[in-house]
Design a protein around this ligand. Structure first.
Ligand code: PMP
Length: 443
């Protein structure tokens, strides 16, 4: 398998070097929060795949829902005004639970095309509103909004930009709220004020009548699990309202219990104009993402669509099998997983906090079952680990040898996003194994 992998399978490019040099690890099976590799080694999956298997592995009821749907109706397009029962029901169940008037749902295959779709919908909205000049988009440094060519421009990772002139000249950024390394210090109000001032200034620079939308993650995931101060999302949302620009909450990671509630926007007490989700929507069993939009937005776009002015959709939008899985997963969240995730999340945070005495640990942060430990060489000076893929890969390998899957970001941040079904023993195992990995890293 490893030889065939080297010869033929292209991995996501961020892990390409590691895979070329160090080989691939083949996963064979999984149950609950435990994954088993092809050699039979069992590991706690502290990252739920790629922050997506929120429900945990091996739920028979999900498998049954998918197979039932495959048997009955494996595919139906949403074009030509066609539909399928699971897609309609899932949209309606989600709309009922989404914040405020986010009553309209467009299904995609994942997060990147959900973000891409918002860019299109937002343009259609402004064109429909008679303000076609609003074509400038703003997002946050260290943010991640996907890997598609357009979405990657909102993403702040330079590796995703090479060769395409990305970000495009209509894509702008403001600095992150990253508290541990913020030039304004770590005072929550100072950080919020700095972000508000930065957004105001950026909008002023671009021209207030040109700006279409502002994008933010409730917690920046791929940037290193950067948790904004409480009230940050609300303050930014309110400023967007004041400035007359749309606010997009990208909940691809934070949605579906990752931070505690079904959506982080509930906890942040905001109703965005758009919300994007993926990952936990189907818990990784099958691909699916979604865009939620407010009623006021939908009506404007629908009017333009009625006039034949807009087009957008994918062959696999609202896929019946994915929707059937989404419905079943939603039941699991509400019956047990959200509750368990909240308890497990509190235990995870407390456990990781206890690592703060370790010489390599500079910062511990997170909310619910989404957390990070930032490693430093010098705690006083906050000197980061050498910014290379190699040390990160070594930490990933050490964790693996200790029966733990975590994400080791290239800048020495360890990322945690375990399945919400984790038992107390598994959470404790994640923390204990991390301590062992840190001790081994010191040696
Ligand atoms: N938005 C956010 C906040 C994400 O974290 C991700 C993926 N990590 C995406 C969008 C893109 O999702 P996908 O990889 O499913 O295309």
């Amino acid at each position: 398998l490893i030889e065939l992998d080297r010869a033929h399978l292209i991995h996501p490019v961020a892990s390409y070097r590691g895979h070329e040099k160090l080989g691939v690890r083949v996963l064979a099976s999984a149950k609950g929060a435990t994954v088993t590799d092809a050699s039979g080694r069992q590991l706690i999956d502290g990252f739920a795949g790629l922050w997506c298997v929120n429900a945990g592995y091996g739920h028979e009821s999900i498998v049954e829902a998918a197979t039932r749907q495959m048997r009955e109706l494996p595919y139906a397009t949403g074009y030509f005004g066609l539909g399928s029962e699971p897609a309609i029901r899932l949209a309606s169940e989600l709309a009922e639970r989404a914040p405020g008037n986010l009553d309209h749902v467009f299904f995609t295959l994942g997060g990147s095309d959900a973000v891409d779709s918002t860019i299109r919908f937002i343009r259609y909205y402004w064109i429909g509103r008679g303000e076609p000049q609003r074509d400038q988009f703003i997002s946050v440094e260290q943010g991640y909004h996907g890997s598609s060519t357009v979405g990657a421009g909102l993403t702040a990772l330079p590796a995703f930009h090479a060769g395409f002139g990305i970000p495009f000249d209509w894509q702008h950024k403001i600095p992150s709220h990253y508290a541990y390394r913020n030039p304004v210090g770590d005072d929550p109000q100072a950080i919020i004020d700095a972000s508000l001032a930065a957004l105001r200034q950026k909008v002023e620079e671009i021209g207030p009548e040109r700006v279409a939308a502002f994008y933010a993650e409730p917690i920046q995931g791929s940037g290193g699990v950067l948790v904004p101060p409480k009230g940050w999302m609300k303050a930014m949302r309110q400023l967007c309202q004041e400035l007359g620009i749309l606010f997009v909450a990208d909940e691809v990671i934070t949605g579906f219990g990752r931070t505690g509630p079904l959506f982080a926007c509930h906890e942040d007490e905001i109703v965005p104009d758009f919300m994007t989700v993926a990952k936990g929507l189907t818990s990784g069993y099958v691909p699916m993402g979604a865009v939620f939009m407010g009623d006021h937005i939908y009506q404007t776009i629908a009017d333009s669509a009625g006039a034949g002015a807009v087009g957008h959709g994918y062959t696999y939008s609202a896929h019946p099998v994915s929707a059937a899985v989404g419905l079943e997963v939603l039941k699991l969240y509400e019956n047990e997983l959200l509750d368990n995730g909240r308890k497990a999340g509190a235990r995870l945070m407390a456990g990781l906090e206890s690592l703060k005495d370790h010489p390599l640990v500079g910062d511990v942060r997170g909310r619910g079952m989404l957390a990070a430990v930032e490693l430093v060489v010098d705690k006083e000076k906050k000197t980061p680990l050498p910014a290379k893929a190699e040390p990160a890969r070594r930490i990933f390998d050490r964790a693996w040898e200790n029966g733990l899957v975590i994400r080791a970001f290239a800048n020495g941040v360890l990322g945690y996003a375990p399945p919400l079904c984790c038992t107390e023993a598994e959470i404790d195992g994640i923390v204990e194994r991390t301590r062992k990995v840190l001790d081994e890293t010191l040696e």
